[in-house]
Design a protein around this ligand. Structure first.
Ligand code: FES
Length: 147
């Protein structure tokens, strides 16, 4: 499925559907990207060692281009859809301004979908396969090389 990402504003999240699942696409501002490495010690899998993403998203941003975050919007605990808290996540994790909070049992994920420690969710959010068709468009659901 092709998605026009050119009009997503900094900090904005849009939702699309892929195989019946919600997929989030978020344009992350530079200050969010700069903050990502600062709370690694509070995460369960900061280096994304578990196979929750394609190889091209196994990096500090969990994305192809740092500014654009693409993830399956389902909690890895029991599959609720976490809430995007662009401004008030600090109430959940002190010192971390933005993230995702799952209302079902309180799991917390950062702006790269990495799960915090001491919550029920065991794994980082899933990153689906995707690639850039051009600068303005991504295709969700397939890798460039393959199908
Ligand atoms: S489903 Fe998200 S914390 Fe349980």
């Amino acid at each position: 499925m092709e998605v026009d990402v050119s009009k997503i504003e900094p900090g904005q999240l849009i939702r699309v559907e892929w195989r019946g699942k919600p997929v989030w696409i978020v344009r992350r501002p530079q200050e969010i990207l700069d903050a990502l490495p600062k709370h690694d010690d509070q995460l369960r899998d900061p280096a994304s060692e578990q196979p929750q993403q394609p190889g091209y998203a196994q990096n500090g941003y969990r994305s192809i281009k740092p500014e654009l975050f693409v993830a399956v919007g389902l909690c890895t605990h029991l599959g609720c859809s976490p809430t995007y808290l662009p401004d008030s996540f600090g109430e959940q994790v002190q010192g971390v301004s933005s993230g995702f909070f799952c209302p079902c049992h309180g799991s917390k994920f950062d702006m790269a979908g990495r799960v915090f420690q001491s919550v029920p969710a065991p794994l980082n959010l899933v990153i689906p396969p995707y690639y850039y068709v051009n600068d303005a468009t991504i295709l969700v659901g397939a890798d460039k090389e393959g199908a």
